[in-house]
Design a protein around this ligand. Structure first.
Ligand SMILES: Nc1ncnc2c1ncn2[C@@H]1O[C@H](COP(=O)(O)OP(=O)(O)O)[C@@H](O)[C@H]1O
Ligand SMILES: N[C@@H](CCC(=O)OP(=O)(O)O)C(=O)O
Length: 377
C-alpha cells in the first residue's frame, strides 16, 4: 500500500460507515468531579448527526471515575484502587443516565458494554463482544463502551481507554477511529513546551512514534496522556483503520472528515478481524522456539510453522491458545495459534511430517502453527 495523500485519508474518514469514537475524561467532566453536561450534550449532538446520516457509531467513553468522585464528596480523583473502583461504579451509572437522556433527544437508544482487558485476550469473549456490538449496531443503537473499572484487577487493566478503543475498532471492523481529547491535535512536543508545533497529517505512525515528544496526562482526571493515544493510533493504523485525533469540541467536523486535528493514515491493508486479534489482542501463553531455517520461512510470511524447524517449547498452553514464535536469540518473529497442547509438542520437535506420521500417527502430521493462524510482528 503506497503512502496516501492527506486528502485521501480525510475522505476515508468522511465515507466511514462504522466509526469508533473515543472520548476522554477531561472532555466530559469538571475538575470538581462532576459531569460537564453541556459538553457531554454537545458530543452527543455531533454523534447523533453522524448516526442520522447513516453512520454506525460505537462510543468508547471514559469519565466514570472523573464523574463519580464529586458526588461521593471527594475533592480529587481517589488514588487507591478500591476507592477508584467504588467511584467508577457510581460514576458509570451517572454517565450512562446522562447519555441515555441526551441521545433520547434525537430518538436514539444507547446500550452499555463494560469490557475487561481479559475479554479482549480470550477468543470466546472476543467473539461474544463482537456479536453483541454487531447486533446493537444493526438495531440502530449507539453502544457505549468503557472498561469494567469496578471489577478490573489492577495488574491487567487497560487503565486508559485509548488502547481499548483501538481494540474495539478491530472488534467491530471499524472504518475510522476518532480520538477526542482536550488538545486540538498532536504536537511535536507537549503543547505547553515553547516551540511545539501542530501536526495535521501523520502518513506513517510507526515513523512518527520516534519523532514526536509525548508526555502523560496533565489534566488531573485523564490517565494515558499522548503516549497511549499514539499507541492506539499505531494499533489502528497498522490494522488498516485511519485515525483522527482532536479535541471533543471538534467532534462534529472530525466525524464529517473535515480537516481538523491530526489524521493518521492506515499503514496496511485491513486484515481479517481474527488475524488482528492474534496480532494485537491475544495474550501469548507460551513460546515455540524455531531454528534459523524456520525463522526465515516464517518471516517470509507464507509458511506454516512445521515441527521440523522447532527446537523448544516454553510455557503451558492448550491447542488453540496464542503463542509467540521466537528465534533462538529470543527475538519475537510472529504470534500464532498453537495447533497442539504444549505437552504434546516436545515429542514432535525436529521431526519431518513423514516421520511424525510414521511414529505418532496422522493426528500429529500437521504444522505446529498453520499459516492462516500466524501473524508476523
Ligand atoms: N506531543 C503532544 N501533543 C499533544 N498533546 C500532548 C503531547 N504530549 C503530551 N500531551 C498531553 O496529552 C494530554 C491528553 O491526554 P489525557 O489527559 O490523558 O486526555 P484524555 O482524558 O482525553 O484521555 C493533553 O492535554 C496534552 O497536555
Ligand atoms: N475507565 C476509566 C477511564 C480512565 C481514564 O482516565 O481514561 P482517559 O480519560 O481516556 O485517559 C473511567 O471511565 O474513569
Amino acid at each position: 500500500m503506497g503512502m496516501p495523500a492527506q486528502s485521501d485519508v480525510r475522505r476515508m474518514v468522511a465515507q466511514a460507515r462504522t466509526i469508533v469514537v473515543k472520548v476522554g475524561s477531561s472532555s466530559l467532566t469538571l475538575p470538581s468531579g462532576h459531569l460537564d453536561v453541556r459538553r457531554l450534550d454537545a458530543l452527543v449532538a455531533a454523534v447523533a448527526s453522524a448516526v442520522r446520516l447513516g453512520a454506525r457509531v460505537v462510543l468508547v467513553s471514559s469519565g466514570a471515575i472523573a464523574a463519580g468522585f464529586g458526588p461521593l464528596g471527594f475533592a480529587s480523583r481517589p488514588a487507591d484502587v478500591a476507592t477508584q473502583q467504588a467511584t467508577a461504579s457510581v460514576g458509570q451509572g451517572l454517565l450512562m443516565a446522562r447519555y441515555e437522556a441526551s441521545f433520547a433527544r434525537y430518538g436514539i437508544r444507547v446500550g452499555q458494554i463494560l469490557i475487561t482487558a481479559e475479554d479482549t485476550t480470550r477468543a470466546a469473549q472476543y467473539r461474544n463482544a463482537r456479536r453483541t456490538l454487531e447486533r446493537l449496531l444493526e438495531l440502530g443503537v449507539v453502544p457505549i463502551v468503557n472498561e469494567n473499572d469496578a471489577l478490573a484487577s489492577n495488574e491487567i487493566r487497560f487503565g486508559d481507554n485509548d488502547r481499548l478503543s483501538a481494540l474495539v475498532a478491530n472488534i467491530v471492523r471499524a472504518d475510522a477511529l476518532v480520538l477526542l481529547t482536550d488538545v486540538d491535535a498532536l504536537y511535536t512536543a507537549p503543547p505547553s513546551e515553547p516551540g511545539s508545533r501542530r501536526i495535521d497529517y501523520v502518513p506513517d505512525v510507526v515513523d512518527a512514534l520516534g519523532r514526536v515528544e509525548v508526555a502523560g496526562s496533565s489534566s488531573g482526571v485523564g490517565t494515558g496522556g499522548m503516549v497511549t493515544k499514539l499507541e492506539a493510533a499505531r494499533v489502528a493504523a497498522v490494522s488498516g483503520v485511519p485515525v483522527v485525533l482532536t479535541c471533543a469540541a471538534n467532534a462534529g467536523p472530525a466525524l464529517m472528515g473535515d480537516p481538523v486535528g491530526t489524521v493518521f493514515a492506515p499503514v496496511h491493508d485491513r486484515g481479517s478481524s481474527r488475524r488482528l486479534w492474534i496480532g494485537f489482542a491475544a495474550e501469548p501463553r507460551g513460546a515455540i522456539i524455531v531454528d534459523e531455517g524456520a525463522a526465515r520461512a516464517v518471516r517470509g510470511g507464507q509458511a506454516s510453522l512445521l515441527a521440523a524447524g522447532a527446537v523448544e517449547v516454553r510455557g503451558g498452553f492448550s491447542s488453540g491458545d496464542p503463542v509467540w514464535i521466537d528465534a533462538e536469540d529470543g527475538t519475537h518473529l510472529a504470534r500464532g495459534l498453537a495447533a497442539y497442547d504444549s505437552e504434546e509438542i516436545p515429542q514432535m520437535l525436529g521431526r519431518t511430517t513423514a516421520q511424525l506420521r510414521r511414529i505418532l500417527g496422522d493426528d500429529y502430521a500437521h504444522p505446529l502453527v498453520h499459516r492462516d493462524n500466524l501473524v508476523l510482528v
